[in-house]
Write a protein that binds this ligand. Sequence first.
Ligand SMILES: *Cc1c(COP(=O)(O)O)cnc(C)c1O
Length: 298
Amino acid sequence: MCHRGHRQGELGQPQPSPLVELHDPRLSRAGVRLLLKRDDLIHPLLPGNKWRKLKYNLERAASLGHETLLTFGGAYSNHVRAVAAAGALLGVQTIGVIRGEEHLPLNDVLAAVTGHGMRLVYMDRTTYRAKSTTPVIEELRQRFGRFYLLPEGGSNELAVRGCAELPAEIDVPFNVICCPVGTGGTLAGIAAGLSAGQEALGFSVLRGGQFLADDVARLQTATYGEVTTNWVINHDFHSGGYAKRNAQLDAFIDDFAGRHGMKLDWVYVAKMMRGIFALMESGAFPKGTVIIAVVTGP
Ligand SMILES: *Cc1c(COP(=O)(O)O)cnc(C)c1O
């Protein structure tokens, strides 16, 4: 599996993703600067935070001599897609444990992952809820042998460390950095990578995602032994819940595309961006605030 200069056995070392300032009269009115950290451009096959979250995990898997990666996800998981692509690039086997039943024909994501050679296994929802418990993992080991396990969404300590490298790539002084929150690994890492006085603002894409604050705290504790106090999660812009959209979100996406020529991913990035603009227009950011919005994927 070759792609633009990436040879089998290596992921390719991306350049720091570009930082692009957004020009918009609403920003000028509020006296706020907004710069996009274009992580969606970081890697052609492993874009955005998925590349950052996998980087150290893939190194660890290789150093432990693993030849198989196993992970979990829903049928539309960007993480499962990224793991399949990484396996193809590195020449290791991949197994995707998918929540729920098989639906044929496969959707675009699952068709793409099988195209990368990923083996798909379906797990009923009750067992899936217990996927991090020893009995379920033991059964998978009996069935598939030795594998490197990546949790759902790829959020573990090594993923947090990968995401924590993002802030240091930004060479413009800023006050607030924003990202969408799915499982919280990205926010946990970004917040840990900030300098004194900077804050991270996560936008939950889940309905009822109040538990996410505990997950972010747990990830930071597991990684660093402590929780940083420089982050917060906003729950007001999920637009109905995970992979749900509503008319307001669609209108925001169309308007943004018209103004800036950029079609925002509606599952994650558009929800964050809509939140940033809504908060800004309600005066939540003092004049002079410099905001970074992490475009976590395409
Ligand atoms: C997976 C994903 C997220 C969620 O990241 P978490 O670390 O799980 O919170 C955000 N944005 C995009 C584009 C993603 O694909």
